[in-house]
Design a protein around this ligand. Structure first.
Ligand code: FMN
Length: 616
Protein backbone atom coordinates (compact mmCIF):
# COMPACT_ATOMS: atom_id res chain seq x y z
CA UNK A 1 0.00 0.00 0.00
CA UNK A 2 1.42 3.37 -0.97
CA UNK A 3 1.30 5.87 1.90
CA UNK A 4 -0.88 8.94 1.38
CA UNK A 5 2.01 11.32 1.50
CA UNK A 6 5.62 10.39 1.12
CA UNK A 7 7.41 11.34 4.32
CA UNK A 8 10.82 11.03 2.73
CA UNK A 9 10.03 13.69 0.10
CA UNK A 10 12.80 16.22 -0.56
CA UNK A 11 11.99 19.23 1.62
CA UNK A 12 13.77 21.45 -0.89
CA UNK A 13 11.03 22.63 -3.23
CA UNK A 14 13.65 24.36 -5.38
CA UNK A 15 15.39 21.02 -5.96
CA UNK A 16 12.07 19.44 -6.82
CA UNK A 17 11.29 22.26 -9.27
CA UNK A 18 14.64 21.84 -10.95
CA UNK A 19 14.43 18.06 -11.10
CA UNK A 20 10.94 17.94 -12.54
CA UNK A 21 11.14 21.14 -14.61
CA UNK A 22 8.34 22.85 -12.74
CA UNK A 23 8.16 26.64 -12.64
CA UNK A 24 5.09 27.43 -10.56
CA UNK A 25 4.87 26.52 -6.86
CA UNK A 26 1.37 26.85 -5.43
CA UNK A 27 1.53 26.99 -1.62
CA UNK A 28 -1.56 26.46 0.50
CA UNK A 29 -2.46 27.25 4.09
CA UNK A 30 -5.47 25.07 4.67
CA UNK A 31 -7.31 23.55 7.59
CA UNK A 32 -10.41 22.02 6.03
CA UNK A 33 -9.18 21.62 2.47
CA UNK A 34 -10.63 24.54 0.51
CA UNK A 35 -7.34 26.37 0.03
CA UNK A 36 -5.69 23.05 -0.78
CA UNK A 37 -8.31 22.33 -3.43
CA UNK A 38 -7.90 25.81 -4.96
CA UNK A 39 -4.12 25.33 -5.01
CA UNK A 40 -4.52 22.06 -6.88
CA UNK A 41 -6.74 23.74 -9.45
CA UNK A 42 -4.23 26.57 -9.98
CA UNK A 43 -1.44 24.03 -10.44
CA UNK A 44 -3.52 22.28 -13.08
CA UNK A 45 -4.34 25.61 -14.80
CA UNK A 46 -0.62 26.01 -15.53
CA UNK A 47 -0.68 23.39 -18.31
CA UNK A 48 -2.94 25.72 -20.31
CA UNK A 49 -0.15 28.30 -20.43
CA UNK A 50 2.70 25.93 -21.15
CA UNK A 51 3.80 26.15 -17.50
CA UNK A 52 4.28 23.37 -14.99
CA UNK A 53 2.82 23.88 -11.55
CA UNK A 54 2.51 21.86 -8.36
CA UNK A 55 0.67 22.32 -5.10
CA UNK A 56 2.93 22.47 -2.04
CA UNK A 57 2.23 22.21 1.67
CA UNK A 58 4.41 24.91 3.30
CA UNK A 59 4.80 22.67 6.35
CA UNK A 60 6.53 20.04 4.26
CA UNK A 61 9.16 22.21 2.64
CA UNK A 62 11.81 24.82 3.35
CA UNK A 63 10.02 28.09 2.84
CA UNK A 64 13.28 30.05 3.27
CA UNK A 65 14.03 28.90 -0.29
CA UNK A 66 11.66 31.60 -1.49
CA UNK A 67 14.79 33.78 -1.43
CA UNK A 68 16.26 31.54 -4.14
CA UNK A 69 13.40 31.51 -6.63
CA UNK A 70 15.69 33.12 -9.21
CA UNK A 71 17.45 29.76 -9.61
CA UNK A 72 14.42 28.50 -11.51
CA UNK A 73 13.87 30.34 -14.75
CA UNK A 74 10.54 32.12 -15.34
CA UNK A 75 9.27 30.91 -12.01
CA UNK A 76 6.67 32.28 -9.64
CA UNK A 77 4.77 31.32 -6.52
CA UNK A 78 1.06 31.42 -5.80
CA UNK A 79 -0.38 31.38 -2.30
CA UNK A 80 -3.86 30.21 -1.26
CA UNK A 81 -4.09 31.07 2.42
CA UNK A 82 -6.98 30.66 4.81
CA UNK A 83 -7.41 32.67 8.03
CA UNK A 84 -8.55 31.17 11.34
CA UNK A 85 -9.40 32.08 14.90
CA UNK A 86 -8.51 35.67 15.56
CA UNK A 87 -6.77 36.35 12.28
CA UNK A 88 -4.35 33.45 12.67
CA UNK A 89 -2.72 31.28 10.01
CA UNK A 90 -3.71 27.65 9.57
CA UNK A 91 -1.60 25.07 11.44
CA UNK A 92 0.35 24.13 8.30
CA UNK A 93 1.22 27.80 7.57
CA UNK A 94 2.25 28.75 11.11
CA UNK A 95 5.98 28.28 10.56
CA UNK A 96 5.87 30.20 7.28
CA UNK A 97 4.01 32.98 9.12
CA UNK A 98 6.73 33.06 11.81
CA UNK A 99 9.45 33.13 9.15
CA UNK A 100 7.82 36.16 7.57
CA UNK A 101 8.25 38.11 10.82
CA UNK A 102 11.99 38.35 10.09
CA UNK A 103 13.56 40.23 7.19
CA UNK A 104 14.62 38.39 4.04
CA UNK A 105 15.58 39.39 0.52
CA UNK A 106 12.73 38.26 -1.72
CA UNK A 107 13.66 40.27 -4.80
CA UNK A 108 13.84 37.08 -6.90
CA UNK A 109 10.27 36.12 -6.10
CA UNK A 110 7.21 36.84 -8.22
CA UNK A 111 3.92 36.01 -6.56
CA UNK A 112 0.17 36.38 -6.20
CA UNK A 113 -2.06 35.69 -3.21
CA UNK A 114 -5.61 34.42 -2.86
CA UNK A 115 -6.89 34.71 0.70
CA UNK A 116 -9.67 32.56 2.08
CA UNK A 117 -11.76 33.99 4.86
CA UNK A 118 -15.20 34.79 6.08
CA UNK A 119 -16.58 38.32 6.46
CA UNK A 120 -18.46 37.48 9.64
CA UNK A 121 -15.10 37.29 11.44
CA UNK A 122 -13.51 40.45 12.72
CA UNK A 123 -10.12 39.66 11.18
CA UNK A 124 -11.36 39.06 7.66
CA UNK A 125 -8.65 37.42 5.58
CA UNK A 126 -5.92 38.67 7.92
CA UNK A 127 -3.44 35.99 6.80
CA UNK A 128 -3.88 36.60 3.05
CA UNK A 129 -3.60 40.37 3.55
CA UNK A 130 -0.51 40.02 5.74
CA UNK A 131 1.38 37.73 3.38
CA UNK A 132 0.51 39.82 0.32
CA UNK A 133 1.84 42.96 2.01
CA UNK A 134 4.84 41.36 3.68
CA UNK A 135 6.18 39.71 0.49
CA UNK A 136 6.06 43.05 -1.30
CA UNK A 137 7.84 44.77 1.60
CA UNK A 138 10.67 42.29 1.26
CA UNK A 139 11.14 43.05 -2.41
CA UNK A 140 8.98 40.41 -4.13
CA UNK A 141 7.09 41.38 -7.28
CA UNK A 142 3.31 41.12 -7.09
CA UNK A 143 1.80 39.74 -10.29
CA UNK A 144 -1.79 40.78 -9.55
CA UNK A 145 -3.97 42.21 -6.78
CA UNK A 146 -4.68 39.72 -4.02
CA UNK A 147 -8.05 37.96 -4.12
CA UNK A 148 -10.19 38.02 -0.99
CA UNK A 149 -12.47 34.99 -0.81
CA UNK A 150 -15.50 35.27 1.45
CA UNK A 151 -16.84 31.92 2.60
CA UNK A 152 -19.93 33.62 4.02
CA UNK A 153 -21.04 34.53 0.48
CA UNK A 154 -19.64 32.49 -2.43
CA UNK A 155 -15.95 31.74 -2.13
CA UNK A 156 -15.92 29.71 -5.33
CA UNK A 157 -17.14 32.72 -7.26
CA UNK A 158 -14.50 34.94 -5.61
CA UNK A 159 -11.84 32.42 -6.55
CA UNK A 160 -12.95 32.12 -10.18
CA UNK A 161 -13.17 35.90 -10.52
CA UNK A 162 -9.66 36.35 -9.11
CA UNK A 163 -8.30 33.63 -11.39
CA UNK A 164 -9.65 35.58 -14.36
CA UNK A 165 -7.35 38.44 -13.39
CA UNK A 166 -4.39 36.25 -12.42
CA UNK A 167 -3.73 34.41 -15.69
CA UNK A 168 -3.85 37.46 -18.01
CA UNK A 169 -1.45 39.20 -15.58
CA UNK A 170 0.89 36.18 -15.65
CA UNK A 171 0.72 36.08 -19.47
CA UNK A 172 1.59 39.74 -19.68
CA UNK A 173 4.43 39.53 -17.19
CA UNK A 174 6.13 36.55 -18.83
CA UNK A 175 5.08 37.33 -22.41
CA UNK A 176 3.27 34.03 -22.83
CA UNK A 177 -0.12 32.96 -24.19
CA UNK A 178 -2.65 30.29 -23.53
CA UNK A 179 -1.60 27.16 -25.43
CA UNK A 180 -4.68 25.07 -25.18
CA UNK A 181 -8.40 25.40 -24.83
CA UNK A 182 -10.25 24.64 -21.68
CA UNK A 183 -10.42 20.85 -21.90
CA UNK A 184 -11.05 18.81 -18.78
CA UNK A 185 -7.84 17.45 -17.30
CA UNK A 186 -8.03 14.59 -14.89
CA UNK A 187 -5.71 14.65 -11.92
CA UNK A 188 -6.11 10.94 -11.17
CA UNK A 189 -6.33 7.77 -13.22
CA UNK A 190 -8.57 4.90 -12.29
CA UNK A 191 -7.14 1.51 -11.40
CA UNK A 192 -9.57 -1.35 -10.79
CA UNK A 193 -8.79 -4.25 -8.49
CA UNK A 194 -10.44 -7.52 -9.41
CA UNK A 195 -8.58 -9.74 -7.05
CA UNK A 196 -7.37 -8.08 -3.90
CA UNK A 197 -6.83 -9.19 -0.36
CA UNK A 198 -9.63 -7.88 1.89
CA UNK A 199 -7.13 -6.62 4.51
CA UNK A 200 -5.59 -4.27 2.00
CA UNK A 201 -8.78 -2.33 1.38
CA UNK A 202 -9.46 0.86 3.28
CA UNK A 203 -12.81 0.81 5.03
CA UNK A 204 -13.06 4.38 6.35
CA UNK A 205 -9.69 4.92 8.09
CA UNK A 206 -8.65 8.57 7.64
CA UNK A 207 -5.01 7.66 6.95
CA UNK A 208 -3.61 4.34 8.10
CA UNK A 209 -4.89 0.96 7.00
CA UNK A 210 -6.65 -0.95 9.79
CA UNK A 211 -6.10 1.88 12.28
CA UNK A 212 -9.75 1.73 13.35
CA UNK A 213 -9.67 -1.98 14.13
CA UNK A 214 -6.13 -2.31 15.47
CA UNK A 215 -6.14 0.64 17.84
CA UNK A 216 -2.89 1.98 19.25
CA UNK A 217 -2.31 5.26 21.11
CA UNK A 218 -1.41 8.08 20.72
CA UNK A 219 -4.58 9.16 19.00
CA UNK A 220 -4.74 12.13 16.65
CA UNK A 221 -6.23 13.27 13.33
CA UNK A 222 -4.50 10.47 11.44
CA UNK A 223 -5.22 7.88 14.08
CA UNK A 224 -8.58 8.59 15.73
CA UNK A 225 -9.85 6.69 18.75
CA UNK A 226 -12.95 4.52 18.37
CA UNK A 227 -14.77 5.83 21.38
CA UNK A 228 -17.89 4.21 22.73
CA UNK A 229 -20.94 6.48 23.06
CA UNK A 230 -22.12 6.09 26.65
CA UNK A 231 -24.88 8.72 26.78
CA UNK A 232 -26.95 10.35 24.06
CA UNK A 233 -29.90 12.25 25.45
CA UNK A 234 -32.22 15.04 24.41
CA UNK A 235 -31.71 18.34 26.21
CA UNK A 236 -34.73 20.22 24.88
CA UNK A 237 -37.99 19.87 26.76
CA UNK A 238 -40.17 21.08 23.91
CA UNK A 239 -40.23 22.87 20.57
CA UNK A 240 -39.39 21.35 17.21
CA UNK A 241 -35.59 21.41 17.44
CA UNK A 242 -33.33 18.87 19.06
CA UNK A 243 -30.15 19.33 21.09
CA UNK A 244 -28.11 16.31 22.09
CA UNK A 245 -25.96 15.73 25.14
CA UNK A 246 -23.44 13.08 24.12
CA UNK A 247 -20.76 11.43 26.24
CA UNK A 248 -17.78 9.67 24.66
CA UNK A 249 -15.89 7.13 26.73
CA UNK A 250 -12.11 7.68 26.72
CA UNK A 251 -11.16 5.37 29.58
CA UNK A 252 -8.01 3.40 28.84
CA UNK A 253 -7.30 5.44 25.71
CA UNK A 254 -4.64 7.69 27.26
CA UNK A 255 -6.49 10.64 25.68
CA UNK A 256 -6.20 13.79 27.77
CA UNK A 257 -8.14 16.98 27.34
CA UNK A 258 -8.73 20.29 29.04
CA UNK A 259 -11.86 22.37 29.45
CA UNK A 260 -12.06 24.57 26.34
CA UNK A 261 -10.57 21.99 23.91
CA UNK A 262 -12.39 20.73 20.84
CA UNK A 263 -13.20 17.15 19.96
CA UNK A 264 -13.19 16.14 16.31
CA UNK A 265 -15.67 13.54 15.08
CA UNK A 266 -15.32 11.62 11.81
CA UNK A 267 -18.90 11.20 10.65
CA UNK A 268 -20.34 9.06 7.86
CA UNK A 269 -22.65 10.15 5.04
CA UNK A 270 -26.26 9.01 4.91
CA UNK A 271 -26.23 5.42 3.45
CA UNK A 272 -29.52 5.99 1.63
CA UNK A 273 -27.97 8.90 -0.31
CA UNK A 274 -25.02 6.69 -1.21
CA UNK A 275 -27.35 3.95 -2.48
CA UNK A 276 -29.32 6.46 -4.55
CA UNK A 277 -26.21 7.88 -6.22
CA UNK A 278 -25.00 4.36 -7.06
CA UNK A 279 -28.41 3.46 -8.44
CA UNK A 280 -28.58 6.58 -10.67
CA UNK A 281 -25.07 5.98 -12.00
CA UNK A 282 -25.54 2.23 -12.24
CA UNK A 283 -22.47 1.39 -10.17
CA UNK A 284 -21.67 -1.60 -8.01
CA UNK A 285 -20.79 -0.05 -4.66
CA UNK A 286 -18.60 -2.97 -3.69
CA UNK A 287 -16.23 -2.57 -6.61
CA UNK A 288 -12.65 -1.94 -5.39
CA UNK A 289 -10.61 0.82 -7.01
CA UNK A 290 -7.63 3.16 -6.61
CA UNK A 291 -7.25 6.70 -7.94
CA UNK A 292 -3.59 7.42 -8.76
CA UNK A 293 -2.26 10.94 -9.20
CA UNK A 294 -0.95 11.50 -12.74
CA UNK A 295 1.75 13.71 -11.24
CA UNK A 296 4.40 11.47 -9.68
CA UNK A 297 5.81 14.44 -7.77
CA UNK A 298 2.53 15.39 -6.12
CA UNK A 299 2.41 15.17 -2.35
CA UNK A 300 -0.94 13.45 -2.58
CA UNK A 301 -0.77 10.11 -4.40
CA UNK A 302 -4.49 9.52 -3.95
CA UNK A 303 -7.37 11.92 -3.24
CA UNK A 304 -8.33 9.72 -0.25
CA UNK A 305 -7.10 6.39 1.15
CA UNK A 306 -6.99 3.78 -1.64
CA UNK A 307 -7.66 1.03 -2.57
CA UNK A 308 -11.20 1.26 -1.36
CA UNK A 309 -14.74 0.52 -2.47
CA UNK A 310 -17.13 3.06 -3.95
CA UNK A 311 -19.32 2.48 -0.92
CA UNK A 312 -16.54 3.47 1.49
CA UNK A 313 -15.51 6.42 -0.68
CA UNK A 314 -19.06 7.79 -0.71
CA UNK A 315 -19.76 7.01 2.94
CA UNK A 316 -16.49 8.18 4.48
CA UNK A 317 -14.25 10.09 2.13
CA UNK A 318 -16.12 12.53 -0.10
CA UNK A 319 -18.55 15.30 0.74
CA UNK A 320 -21.85 14.55 -1.01
CA UNK A 321 -24.11 16.89 0.92
CA UNK A 322 -22.73 20.37 0.27
CA UNK A 323 -23.80 21.97 -3.00
CA UNK A 324 -20.87 21.28 -5.35
CA UNK A 325 -18.55 24.05 -6.56
CA UNK A 326 -18.60 25.35 -10.13
CA UNK A 327 -15.54 23.33 -11.17
CA UNK A 328 -17.25 20.03 -10.30
CA UNK A 329 -20.18 20.71 -12.62
CA UNK A 330 -17.92 22.24 -15.26
CA UNK A 331 -15.75 19.14 -15.43
CA UNK A 332 -18.67 16.72 -15.87
CA UNK A 333 -20.56 18.61 -18.61
CA UNK A 334 -19.51 16.17 -21.34
CA UNK A 335 -21.07 13.27 -19.49
CA UNK A 336 -24.56 14.68 -20.17
CA UNK A 337 -26.03 13.02 -23.26
CA UNK A 338 -28.88 15.49 -23.70
CA UNK A 339 -27.65 18.65 -25.51
CA UNK A 340 -30.07 20.70 -23.39
CA UNK A 341 -28.40 19.55 -20.16
CA UNK A 342 -24.97 20.23 -21.65
CA UNK A 343 -26.02 23.70 -22.71
CA UNK A 344 -27.47 24.43 -19.30
CA UNK A 345 -24.34 23.26 -17.44
CA UNK A 346 -22.07 25.15 -19.82
CA UNK A 347 -24.10 28.31 -19.25
CA UNK A 348 -24.19 28.20 -15.45
CA UNK A 349 -20.54 27.26 -15.06
CA UNK A 350 -19.28 30.04 -17.36
CA UNK A 351 -18.26 33.34 -15.77
CA UNK A 352 -21.38 35.04 -17.13
CA UNK A 353 -23.52 32.38 -15.44
CA UNK A 354 -22.36 32.99 -11.86
CA UNK A 355 -25.71 34.37 -10.78
CA UNK A 356 -27.67 31.49 -12.22
CA UNK A 357 -25.22 29.00 -10.68
CA UNK A 358 -25.63 30.66 -7.30
CA UNK A 359 -29.43 30.49 -7.57
CA UNK A 360 -29.74 26.97 -8.97
CA UNK A 361 -26.99 25.28 -6.95
CA UNK A 362 -25.81 27.19 -3.92
CA UNK A 363 -28.88 29.06 -2.73
CA UNK A 364 -31.17 26.16 -3.62
CA UNK A 365 -28.90 23.79 -1.65
CA UNK A 366 -28.77 21.29 -4.51
CA UNK A 367 -26.39 18.51 -3.58
CA UNK A 368 -24.85 16.20 -6.18
CA UNK A 369 -27.66 13.65 -5.80
CA UNK A 370 -30.33 16.26 -6.47
CA UNK A 371 -28.39 17.53 -9.49
CA UNK A 372 -28.15 14.01 -10.95
CA UNK A 373 -31.90 13.65 -10.43
CA UNK A 374 -32.71 17.01 -12.00
CA UNK A 375 -30.47 16.39 -15.04
CA UNK A 376 -31.32 12.78 -15.86
CA UNK A 377 -29.02 12.57 -18.87
CA UNK A 378 -25.98 13.48 -16.75
CA UNK A 379 -24.07 10.26 -16.02
CA UNK A 380 -20.51 11.00 -14.86
CA UNK A 381 -18.34 7.96 -14.05
CA UNK A 382 -18.36 7.65 -10.29
CA UNK A 383 -14.56 7.62 -10.07
CA UNK A 384 -14.42 11.03 -11.75
CA UNK A 385 -17.03 12.36 -9.36
CA UNK A 386 -15.03 10.99 -6.41
CA UNK A 387 -11.98 12.86 -7.73
CA UNK A 388 -13.86 16.14 -8.04
CA UNK A 389 -15.90 16.23 -4.85
CA UNK A 390 -14.14 17.68 -1.80
CA UNK A 391 -13.06 15.46 1.10
CA UNK A 392 -15.50 14.85 3.92
CA UNK A 393 -13.82 16.41 6.93
CA UNK A 394 -13.97 15.76 10.64
CA UNK A 395 -16.39 18.05 12.47
CA UNK A 396 -15.25 19.93 15.58
CA UNK A 397 -17.28 20.40 18.75
CA UNK A 398 -16.40 22.46 21.80
CA UNK A 399 -16.03 20.00 24.65
CA UNK A 400 -18.70 20.68 27.30
CA UNK A 401 -17.09 18.91 30.25
CA UNK A 402 -14.07 19.27 32.51
CA UNK A 403 -11.54 16.44 32.90
CA UNK A 404 -11.37 17.30 36.62
CA UNK A 405 -14.95 16.07 37.04
CA UNK A 406 -15.08 13.67 34.06
CA UNK A 407 -11.57 12.27 33.46
CA UNK A 408 -12.91 9.29 31.50
CA UNK A 409 -15.57 11.03 29.45
CA UNK A 410 -15.74 13.79 26.85
CA UNK A 411 -19.10 15.54 26.69
CA UNK A 412 -20.46 17.47 23.73
CA UNK A 413 -23.60 19.51 23.28
CA UNK A 414 -24.85 19.57 19.70
CA UNK A 415 -27.95 20.93 18.01
CA UNK A 416 -29.32 18.64 15.32
CA UNK A 417 -29.01 20.40 11.97
CA UNK A 418 -32.30 19.59 10.22
CA UNK A 419 -34.40 22.36 8.68
CA UNK A 420 -36.13 23.44 5.52
CA UNK A 421 -34.39 25.94 3.26
CA UNK A 422 -36.08 28.97 1.73
CA UNK A 423 -37.25 26.92 -1.22
CA UNK A 424 -38.36 24.15 1.10
CA UNK A 425 -35.50 21.71 0.55
CA UNK A 426 -34.69 19.68 3.65
CA UNK A 427 -31.17 20.41 4.91
CA UNK A 428 -29.66 17.76 7.15
CA UNK A 429 -26.23 18.19 8.74
CA UNK A 430 -24.04 15.15 8.09
CA UNK A 431 -22.41 14.82 11.49
CA UNK A 432 -25.25 15.69 13.85
CA UNK A 433 -27.74 13.46 12.03
CA UNK A 434 -25.25 10.62 12.11
CA UNK A 435 -24.55 11.23 15.81
CA UNK A 436 -28.30 11.17 16.46
CA UNK A 437 -28.30 7.50 15.41
CA UNK A 438 -25.54 6.64 17.88
CA UNK A 439 -27.69 5.50 20.78
CA UNK A 440 -25.98 3.41 23.50
CA UNK A 441 -27.18 -0.16 23.06
CA UNK A 442 -25.15 -2.27 25.42
CA UNK A 443 -21.90 -2.29 27.35
CA UNK A 444 -19.83 -1.46 24.28
CA UNK A 445 -22.17 1.14 22.79
CA UNK A 446 -21.89 2.33 19.21
CA UNK A 447 -18.35 3.47 18.44
CA UNK A 448 -17.35 6.79 16.92
CA UNK A 449 -13.88 7.87 15.66
CA UNK A 450 -12.72 10.93 17.60
CA UNK A 451 -9.62 12.87 18.57
CA UNK A 452 -8.96 15.92 20.73
CA UNK A 453 -7.74 19.19 19.26
CA UNK A 454 -6.06 21.58 21.68
CA UNK A 455 -7.49 25.06 21.87
CA UNK A 456 -6.14 28.30 23.29
CA UNK A 457 -9.56 28.83 24.93
CA UNK A 458 -8.59 28.40 28.58
CA UNK A 459 -9.63 29.51 32.05
CA UNK A 460 -7.16 31.90 33.71
CA UNK A 461 -4.36 30.16 35.58
CA UNK A 462 -5.52 31.43 38.99
CA UNK A 463 -8.88 30.23 40.24
CA UNK A 464 -9.40 33.60 41.91
CA UNK A 465 -9.33 35.59 38.65
CA UNK A 466 -12.89 36.68 37.79
CA UNK A 467 -14.38 35.39 34.54
CA UNK A 468 -17.27 36.61 32.39
CA UNK A 469 -18.57 33.92 30.03
CA UNK A 470 -20.93 34.82 27.20
CA UNK A 471 -22.46 31.91 25.31
CA UNK A 472 -26.10 31.60 24.27
CA UNK A 473 -27.45 28.35 22.78
CA UNK A 474 -24.76 25.72 22.30
CA UNK A 475 -22.28 28.55 22.87
CA UNK A 476 -22.76 27.42 26.47
CA UNK A 477 -20.78 24.22 25.74
CA UNK A 478 -17.20 25.18 26.71
CA UNK A 479 -18.50 27.20 29.68
CA UNK A 480 -20.17 24.12 31.13
CA UNK A 481 -16.63 22.71 31.24
CA UNK A 482 -15.28 25.93 32.78
CA UNK A 483 -18.00 25.95 35.45
CA UNK A 484 -17.32 22.30 36.32
CA UNK A 485 -13.67 23.22 36.65
CA UNK A 486 -14.46 25.99 39.16
CA UNK A 487 -16.95 23.77 40.95
CA UNK A 488 -14.20 21.20 41.39
CA UNK A 489 -11.73 23.80 42.71
CA UNK A 490 -14.33 25.03 45.15
CA UNK A 491 -15.04 21.50 46.37
CA UNK A 492 -11.31 21.14 47.03
CA UNK A 493 -11.54 24.19 49.26
CA UNK A 494 -9.76 26.59 46.91
CA UNK A 495 -10.98 30.18 46.79
CA UNK A 496 -12.64 31.04 43.49
CA UNK A 497 -13.15 34.40 41.84
CA UNK A 498 -16.37 35.80 40.42
CA UNK A 499 -17.77 33.41 37.82
CA UNK A 500 -20.37 35.15 35.70
CA UNK A 501 -22.42 33.53 32.94
CA UNK A 502 -24.52 35.19 30.24
CA UNK A 503 -26.43 32.61 28.25
CA UNK A 504 -29.82 32.24 26.68
CA UNK A 505 -32.24 30.43 24.44
CA UNK A 506 -35.67 30.91 22.88
CA UNK A 507 -38.05 29.78 25.64
CA UNK A 508 -37.36 28.83 29.23
CA UNK A 509 -39.85 25.95 29.06
CA UNK A 510 -38.45 24.48 25.84
CA UNK A 511 -34.76 24.87 25.06
CA UNK A 512 -33.14 25.98 28.32
CA UNK A 513 -30.34 23.39 28.25
CA UNK A 514 -28.71 22.17 31.50
CA UNK A 515 -31.19 24.28 33.52
CA UNK A 516 -31.04 22.15 36.69
CA UNK A 517 -27.24 22.03 36.63
CA UNK A 518 -26.87 25.77 36.13
CA UNK A 519 -29.38 26.59 38.86
CA UNK A 520 -27.54 24.15 41.11
CA UNK A 521 -24.24 25.97 40.48
CA UNK A 522 -25.94 29.28 41.21
CA UNK A 523 -27.36 27.84 44.43
CA UNK A 524 -24.04 26.47 45.70
CA UNK A 525 -22.16 29.65 44.84
CA UNK A 526 -20.03 28.30 41.97
CA UNK A 527 -21.76 30.77 39.68
CA UNK A 528 -21.87 34.27 41.11
CA UNK A 529 -24.26 35.42 38.39
CA UNK A 530 -26.52 33.35 36.15
CA UNK A 531 -27.91 35.71 33.51
CA UNK A 532 -30.31 33.99 31.10
CA UNK A 533 -31.87 35.75 28.11
CA UNK A 534 -35.05 34.07 26.87
CA UNK A 535 -35.58 35.68 23.49
CA UNK A 536 -39.16 34.52 22.86
CA UNK A 537 -40.73 34.54 26.31
CA UNK A 538 -42.03 38.10 25.97
CA UNK A 539 -43.22 40.43 23.22
CA UNK A 540 -39.79 42.00 22.85
CA UNK A 541 -36.74 39.95 21.87
CA UNK A 542 -34.18 39.74 24.66
CA UNK A 543 -30.65 38.55 23.84
CA UNK A 544 -27.42 38.23 25.83
CA UNK A 545 -26.19 41.63 24.67
CA UNK A 546 -29.26 43.24 26.28
CA UNK A 547 -28.53 41.57 29.62
CA UNK A 548 -24.86 42.56 29.41
CA UNK A 549 -25.98 46.13 28.89
CA UNK A 550 -28.30 45.96 31.90
CA UNK A 551 -25.33 44.76 33.96
CA UNK A 552 -22.97 47.41 32.59
CA UNK A 553 -21.68 48.51 35.93
CA UNK A 554 -20.96 45.02 37.21
CA UNK A 555 -19.26 44.07 33.94
CA UNK A 556 -17.10 47.20 34.07
CA UNK A 557 -16.14 46.59 37.70
CA UNK A 558 -15.19 42.99 36.95
CA UNK A 559 -13.04 44.11 34.03
CA UNK A 560 -11.29 46.52 36.34
CA UNK A 561 -10.69 43.65 38.74
CA UNK A 562 -8.82 41.82 35.98
CA UNK A 563 -11.69 39.65 34.71
CA UNK A 564 -11.18 37.47 31.63
CA UNK A 565 -13.96 37.68 29.03
CA UNK A 566 -15.04 34.75 26.87
CA UNK A 567 -17.48 34.66 23.97
CA UNK A 568 -18.67 31.44 22.35
CA UNK A 569 -21.27 30.74 19.69
CA UNK A 570 -22.64 32.43 16.59
CA UNK A 571 -20.10 34.72 14.94
CA UNK A 572 -22.43 36.42 12.50
CA UNK A 573 -24.77 38.22 14.88
CA UNK A 574 -24.14 37.42 18.52
CA UNK A 575 -20.35 37.85 18.81
CA UNK A 576 -20.57 41.03 16.81
CA UNK A 577 -23.42 42.54 18.87
CA UNK A 578 -21.71 41.56 22.13
CA UNK A 579 -18.51 43.23 20.98
CA UNK A 580 -20.43 46.46 20.25
CA UNK A 581 -22.06 46.47 23.70
CA UNK A 582 -18.69 45.87 25.37
CA UNK A 583 -17.27 48.88 23.54
CA UNK A 584 -20.24 50.97 24.72
CA UNK A 585 -19.78 49.86 28.34
CA UNK A 586 -16.07 50.64 28.38
CA UNK A 587 -16.71 54.02 26.77
CA UNK A 588 -19.49 55.02 29.14
CA UNK A 589 -18.47 53.49 32.45
CA UNK A 590 -14.78 54.09 31.90
CA UNK A 591 -15.33 57.68 30.77
CA UNK A 592 -13.40 57.12 27.57
CA UNK A 593 -13.59 58.38 24.02
CA UNK A 594 -14.56 55.94 21.30
CA UNK A 595 -10.98 55.41 20.25
CA UNK A 596 -9.76 54.99 23.84
CA UNK A 597 -12.43 52.35 24.39
CA UNK A 598 -11.29 50.60 21.22
CA UNK A 599 -7.69 50.56 22.45
CA UNK A 600 -8.78 49.32 25.86
CA UNK A 601 -10.60 46.34 24.31
CA UNK A 602 -7.73 45.68 21.94
CA UNK A 603 -5.49 45.63 25.00
CA UNK A 604 -7.72 42.98 26.59
CA UNK A 605 -7.43 40.85 23.45
CA UNK A 606 -3.66 41.23 23.31
CA UNK A 607 -3.33 40.23 26.95
CA UNK A 608 -5.43 37.14 26.32
CA UNK A 609 -8.25 38.51 28.47
CA UNK A 610 -10.87 38.55 25.70
CA UNK A 611 -11.11 35.23 23.87
CA UNK A 612 -13.60 34.00 21.29
CA UNK A 613 -14.57 30.51 20.18
CA UNK A 614 -17.09 31.35 17.50
CA UNK A 615 -18.47 29.78 14.34
CA UNK A 616 -20.77 30.74 11.49
N1 FMN B 1 -12.04 33.78 8.22
C1 FMN B 1 -11.50 35.01 8.42
O1 FMN B 1 -11.42 35.81 7.48
N2 FMN B 1 -11.05 35.39 9.66
C2 FMN B 1 -11.12 34.56 10.74
O2 FMN B 1 -10.68 34.97 11.83
C3 FMN B 1 -11.69 33.24 10.55
N3 FMN B 1 -11.79 32.37 11.59
C4 FMN B 1 -12.39 31.14 11.40
C5 FMN B 1 -12.56 30.27 12.48
C6 FMN B 1 -13.20 29.04 12.33
C7 FMN B 1 -13.39 28.14 13.52
C8 FMN B 1 -13.66 28.65 11.03
C9 FMN B 1 -14.35 27.32 10.82
C10 FMN B 1 -13.49 29.51 9.95
C11 FMN B 1 -12.86 30.77 10.10
N4 FMN B 1 -12.70 31.64 9.02
C12 FMN B 1 -12.15 32.89 9.24
C13 FMN B 1 -13.16 31.26 7.67
C14 FMN B 1 -12.15 30.35 6.91
O3 FMN B 1 -10.91 30.98 6.72
C15 FMN B 1 -12.75 30.01 5.54
O4 FMN B 1 -13.90 29.23 5.75
C16 FMN B 1 -11.79 29.29 4.59
O5 FMN B 1 -12.43 29.10 3.35
C17 FMN B 1 -11.32 27.93 5.11
O6 FMN B 1 -10.30 27.42 4.25
P1 FMN B 1 -9.73 25.93 4.40
O7 FMN B 1 -10.88 24.99 4.07
O8 FMN B 1 -8.65 25.82 3.38
O9 FMN B 1 -9.22 25.72 5.78
Amino acid sequence: VVPLSTASRDPSFINRMKKTKKNVAVFYGSQTGTAEEFAGRLARDCIRYGLKGFAVDPEECEMEELTRMGEVESSFALFCLATYGEGDPTDNAQEFFDWLQEDHDLSELRYAVFGLGNKTYEHFNAMGIFVDKRLEEMGAVRLCTAGMGDDDANIEEDFVTWRETLWPAVCEHFGIESVGEEGVMRQYTLEKHEDINQNEIFTGEPTRLNSLTQQKPPYDAKNPYMSSVKVNRELHKGGDRSCMHIEFDISGSRIRYEAGDHVAVYATNDPSMVEEIAHLLNVNLDEVFTLNNVDDEAAKKHPFPCPTTYRTALLHYVDITHPPRTNVLHDIIDYASDPKDREFLTRITASAGKKEFAEWVTESHRDILQILKDLPSLKPPLDHLCELLPRLHARYYSISSSPKEHPERIHITAVLVDYHSKIDRRIKGVATNWLATKIPNGPDGPRVPIYVRKSPFRLPFKTTTPVIMIGPGTGLAPFRGFIQERHHAKAEGKPIGDTVLFSGCRKKSEDYIYQEELEGYEGDGTLSQLNMAFSRDQAQKVYVQHLIKQKSESVWNLLNDGAHLYVCGDARHMAHDVDMVLHEIVEKNGNMTQSQAKDFIKGLRNKGRYACDVWS
